[in-house]
Design a binder for this molecule. Structure first.
Ligand code: BES
Ligand code: MN
Ligand code: ZN
Length: 497
């Protein structure tokens, strides 16, 4: 798909989108169209109870004296109530409607709306962002798609007076969305294609953007004492890996970096504590945390962020096997702390324990943020597709992430940590056990992670309910959502640049 910004309306065919705000106030272009068609627009509006409410759309055939095939009226509601997020959804909504209906060109006419909460360029880029987010498809394994089901839309052109500023702004937004696309690709790929070895290979492609990539294998991790992570991969035929990505974009290359850490369980069967069969296929998305980190590195390097960032992901496959670890086993983590494994399905925390410890030990980061599809209990607390759960030992960091969440649309909701919850993972025979009781499962998982942060300013984002969606929305087609990449982009932009 091609996205562009133009000063003049130049349509030949396809669909033209024009806006109508609250109480049926037509935009200038809409007014022109109405005049040029002897009042056809107003007539259609009257006939169909259209009143310009936010998100309303109405398609009408274009009169033959115009250079387009169809006109879509789009409701904006109250102009002073518009936000980035809302306008993004408008762009996505248009693409959801048009992408495969035969139309190749969508032209969106933006007028200078007096009293609009967004600048012309912000409005234009938000519309284009929504369009690109919603246009994502993963078609690689389809060999028999009928021609009439294939996407037809090829060009999205946005007419705006702020076209120069919009084009400049889009250059960075576009890179961020490429990061979202990469995260979605990684999450959507099945477990036989993306396993620790191939995932590490994909990460190496970031080197073309100037990211320095190091990959550690089992031998190197064993030398470091990372037996908590390594235990999870014992049942897999694929070698466990840890990937470390460096982006040094700050003027001061020696400035302490921000560290992003991701859970990369490329498939989670539960191991010897095997999961039930229903929906087990979805556990290919158990590397969603790692995909967020990799997608964010791609976004930030792509747009040349002026910040120092390291991304670390632990890549393992959790399989049952004669060599797999057992419930009851005790392992020693890189930190020296011992862990009694009472359930091999609580594996994400075992992977993160060693990666978090390694990250703070080697990089001494100013902040450390981990992302993980860690607990089913997170979905019980916050549901799916809305808020991810945020846990943090630092109020400042928590506020920064909450704000970045509101601004980017990737929202987080803070959950508690406390000594009382922490006591629930004390073990009879080791320093800790890898599960708490039946209650507060997401919190006990976070308490476990906290024991490996060594007092670094840290946040944990449990994305179990947000990286994968069973339903389509205005910004994604059902499947991988790409959640988290835009959150990290906003977090870096708002606080470090
Ligand atoms: N990857 C799962 C968590 C998960 C489940 C994410 C469903 C998304 C959807 C994790 O490894 C896991 O299995 N957690 C267990 C922990 C339990 C054994 C303490 C869970 O949530 O049931
Ligand atoms: Mn599990
Ligand atoms: Zn898991």
């Amino acid at each position: 798909m091609k996205y562009s910004f133009a000063p003049q309306l130049e349509t030949k065919s396809g669909m033209l989108a024009v806006f109508v705000s609250d109480d049926n106030t037509l935009s200038n272009t809409a007014k022109h169209l109405d005049t040029a068609t002897n009042g056809a627009l107003r007539k259609a509006i009257k006939a169909q109870r259209f009143d310009g409410k936010f998100g309303q759309t109405m398609v009408i055939p274009a009169p033959t004296n115009l250079d387009v095939d169809l006109i879509v009226l789009v409701g904006l509601g109250k102009l002073d109530k518009l936000t980035n997020d809302k306008v993004t959804k408008l762009g996505g909504g248009l693409v959801a409607r048009l992408q495969s209906n035969g139309i190749e060109d969508l032209t969106i006419a933006l007028d200078d709306f007096d009293g609009c909460a967004l600048s012309g360029e912000a409005f234009a880029v938000a519309i284009a962002s929504g369009a690109k987010l919603r246009a994502y498809r993963f078609d690689k394994y389809r060999t028999k798609e009928k021609a009439d089901k294939k996407p037809s839309l090829k060009n999205v052109t946005i007419q705006t007076n702020a076209h120069d500023a919009a084009t400049t702004l889009w250059q960075t937004r576009d890179k961020v969305l490429d990061g979202v696309y990469m995260a979605r690709d990684l999450v959507t790929e099945p477990g036989n294609i993306i396993h620790p070895v191939t995932f590490a290979k994909e990460i190496e492609t970031l080197e073309s953007l100037g990211v320095k990539v190091e990959i550690l294998g089992e031998k190197e991790m064993a030398d470091l004492g990372m037996h908590s992570l390594l235990g999870v991969g014992l049942g897999s035929v694929h070698e466990s890996k840890m990937a470390i990505m460096h982006w040094s974009g700050a003027d001061d290359k020696d400035q302490a970096p921000v560290a992003f850490v991701g859970k990369g369980v490329t498939f989670d069967t539960g191991g010897i504590s095997l999961k039930p069969g229903a929906n087990m296929d979805e556990m290919k998305f158990d590397m969603g945390g790692a995909a967020i980190v990799v997608g964010a590195m791609k976004a930030l390097a792509g747009r040349k962020a002026k910040a120092n960032i390291v991304g670390l992901v632990g890549l393992v496959e959790n399989m049952p096997d004669g060599k797999a670890q057992r419930p009851g086993d005790v392992v020693t983590s890189m930190s020296g702390q011992t862990i009694e494994i009472l359930n091999t399905d609580a594996e994400g925390r075992l992977v993160l324990a060693d990666v978090l410890w390694y990250a703070q030990d080697r990089f001494n980061p100013s902040y450390m943020i981990d992302f993980a599809t860690l607990t089913g209990a997170m979905i019980v607390s916050l549901g799916t597709d809305q808020y991810a759960g945020l846990f943090s030992n630092d109020d400042g960091l928590s506020d920064m992430l909450t704000k970045a969440g509101q601004n980017s649309g990737d929202k987080v909701w803070r959950m508690p940590l406390s000594d009382e919850y922490d006591a629930l993972i004390d073990s009879q025979i080791a320093d800790m056990k890898n599960i708490g009781g039946p209650a507060a499962g997401s919190i006990t998982a976070a308490q476990f992670l906290q024991r490996f942060t060594n007092k670094t300013k840290w946040a944990h984002v449990d994305v179990a309910g947000t990286v994968w969606s069973k339903k389509s929305t205005k910004t994604w087609e059902k499947g991988a959502t790409g959640y988290g990449v835009q959150l990290l982009d906003a977090f870096i932009h708002e606080n470090f640049e």
